[in-house]
Design a protein around this ligand. Sequence first.
Ligand code: NAD
Length: 252
Amino acid sequence: MGVLHDKVAVITGAANGIGRAIAARFAAEGAQVVVSDLDVAHGEALVGTIVAAGGHAVYVRADVSIEHDMRMLFSRALEIYGGVHIMVNNAGIEGANVAIGEYDMAEFDRVIDVNLRGVFLGMQAAVTHMVTAGGGVILNMSSVAGLKGFATLAPYTASKHAVVGLTKAAALEYATQHIRINAICPGAVVTDMIHRITMNDPATEAAYAKLQPIGRMGTPEEIAAVALFLCSDASSFLTGVALPADGGIMAG
Ligand SMILES: NC(=O)c1ccc[n+]([C@@H]2O[C@H](COP(=O)([O-])OP(=O)(O)OC[C@H]3O[C@@H](n4cnc5c(N)ncnc54)[C@H](O)[C@@H]3O)[C@@H](O)[C@H]2O)c1
């Protein structure tokens, strides 16, 4: 029996990349998974893959930056599975890769709306249910850019620092109500986001790999393994943690 047997997990940004790997891993560990994303085709395809392997999953389209969508996502999860034990606020966008002087303010607003407002709305929907249910686990996707500065990604960096702040404040607010709230701070992970940031340029990709002292980027599955730890009872004494999963970047 998997370690998430009988658990229901809602995962945002779950159609691709890190979110997809988390959804697949949680389903393999017995969770009933609500795959949420804007990307209908890849979201439904993932659900098909999980169900074909004997797991349980549904796709619900929701934009994390829209309050109504996040409330609807939770209502749907409760309607379908009768409860939610785990909420993973993973959806995020990198925004433009340019210096502050050239940054477009509409793009700035979009990065903050998805990465900060989206995580806040996801936590708000989750705690509203989890307080009544008697507990739960929330996992927010930050980044090493939530722990140190990255030039030409200032709004992204600021939004990921904010996710760490939200995680710590929320963990304190809900600690006595049996809701554990943690964050993962990944280094560079091989997903579409990294391919966009590096513009698929092999030299830039090699430079990104070298950012990690271990000399390579991470895989989505390696981040999913950390997510499983933080969302399972194995981490029952952890709350308010922003855990680097970064091949050693934050050791430097
Ligand atoms: N890839 C990396 O190197 C890396 C490193 C550190 C942190 N992260 C974080 O991990 C998370 C996942 O990143 P990824 O690399 O898998 O990215 P990705 O671009 O491969 O996947 C992100 C997913 O989020 C979805 N999404 C985007 N905006 C959304 C919205 N408004 N509502 C709902 N879904 C939305 C996309 O459709 C996509 O499926 C992000 O929060 C990202 O900032 C990634």
